[in-house]
Design a protein around this ligand. Structure first.
Ligand code: ATP
Ligand code: MG
Ligand code: MG
Length: 396
């Protein structure tokens, strides 16, 4: 088995599931995050206690590893760049996968959009705000129309960085909500469905033209968000024609092929009512919309990520959907422990439950998820109905 040690920046739930996959393959993983973070709780390898935004802590992690990867894109990419260059000069290769440059571009959503446009990947029209003021918001509303989504360029996750602007009355509250951050306005996508594809990049080259040889992909799934947070994932996407499915697959793979480096990437897309598809955003790592792969595919997105960064073979068959699945996120409710009642109900329903070990919950925080696999999507929809209702009750 591979003796290289994989260092992961970030020890949240995604890191924890990377560790689970690594343990099954006897791959050593060292985690950089706070002590007792979700990933550290299940890892006996010696990681680093500290922050993935701290240069010194990242250097310490690198000293224990052969290859560095991320479970979150909001990391210090300057030190990753330095480490790679220094290691090249010293002859001890520290690989960063995906490339620090890819992480740097993707962590700024506006830069990410520009890169996708250069690669001829369709995205929603957007405008960078030059100042944060009523006048500027009025100007962009004249350009891209109302409603639009005001978005923070950096540091965004789970909708914390988004504010919908429906009328001029929303100008002030949106500026207040996103105070102090660099912002851009994105044209409203009046979508029929949100889609996602987990793409596995297996070559370093950044070239959208070679997408067929540089990428492989998991199936196209349907995602349902509430208040900008992912709530449900249906695998496969319900009522998606073969043509649109193929279009989504190709778009996602071309988009990821335009970035340097290897590993799994989550591609979120909007299927518009005229059947055109836009890329919403890309994550350079495993993603919430790919959790279902743990139970529904031979290889999980976490397996695929490790195999890709370690240059090990990945069979396309391993990425196929074996059975339909529905994933429901277990989010924190008003009461710190109320999410456990949903986990219990899921156990009783025979779902596969994943709890992340985050302790007591705050409202809307991702505490776990559940996956139901079955023979047909209509059966699964019927089975999961009461769990969705229970999840909704937690947030009322
Ligand atoms: P993630 O946790 O996936 O990183 P995020 O905080 O980066 O999320 P986005 O993916 O930009 O946020 O948006 C979250 C959700 O908000 C989308 O999945 C979609 O439901 C809605 N949304 C975002 N942008 C738009 C848009 N331009 N038009 C309509 N809805 C949008
Ligand atoms: Mg995002
Ligand atoms: Mg998103």
């Amino acid at each position: 088995m591979d003796s290289r040690v994989v260092g992961v920046l970030g020890g949240g739930q995604l890191g924890r599931m990377v560790v689970e996959a690594a343990n099954n393959r006897n791959i050593s993983v060292a985690i950089l995050d706070k002590k007792a973070s979700p990933a550290k709780q299940i890892s006996s390898h010696h990681g680093v206690d500290g922050s993935f935004t701290n240069a010194q802590a990242i250097r310490e992690l690198a000293s224990k590893c052969d290859i560095l990867t991320v479970e979150i894109e909001h990391v210090d990419t300057n030190v990753l760049e330095e480490l790679e260059k220094e290691s090249l000069a010293q002859g001890k290769q520290i690989e960063v996968q995906p490339s620090w440059e890819t992480i740097r571009v993707i962590q700024d959503k506006y830069l990410q959009k520009k890169r996708l446009i250069d690669a001829h990947v369709d995205v929603a029209e957007s405008r960078l705000l030059t100042t944060v003021s009523r006048e500027e918001l009025q100007k962009v509303s004249n350009q891209i129309g109302l409603p639009f989504m005001l978005k923070a360029c950096k540091g965004a996750y789970d909708g914390r960085g988004n504010h919908p602007v429906r009328t001029p009355e929303d100008f002030e509250p949106s500026m207040e909500a996103l105070h102090g951050r660099e912002l851009y306005a994105e044209k409203w996508a009046d979508f029929a469905m949100e889609l996602a594809v987990m793409v596995v990049k297996i070559k370093n080259e950044a070239d959208p033209l070679i997408w067929e040889s540089s990428t492989k992909s998991f199936p196209t799934v349907e995602t349902v968000h509430q208040d900008s947070i992912c709530k449900l994932v249906y695998a496969p996407a319900r009522e998606l024609s073969r043509e649109l499915n193929e279009q989504a697959q190709k778009l996602a793979r071309r988009a990821v092929a335009s970035f340097k480096g290897k590993g799994v990437f989550g591609v979120e897309m909007f299927l518009l009512k005229d059947d055109s598809i836009l890329v919403n955003e890309i994550a350079p790592r495993p993603h919430n919309s790919g959790h279902y792969t743990i139970e529904a595919c031979r290889l999980s997105q976490y397996d695929a990520h490790l195999l890709a960064i370690l240059d090990r073979p990945i069979s396309a068959k391993g990425l196929q959907l074996l059975r339909p699945a529905i994933m429901l996120n277990i989010l924190g409710g008003a009461d710190p422990n109320s999410y456990l009642s949903l986990a219990n109900a899921a156990d009783a329903a025979g779902a596969k439950v994943h709890l992340y070990g985050k302790g007591s919950a705050t409202k809307g925080r991702k505490m776990g998820h559940l996956t139901l696999v079955g023979d047909s999507m209509p059966e699964l929809e019927e089975e999961i109905h009461h769990l969705i209702r229970a999840a909704d009750r937690l947030h009322d």
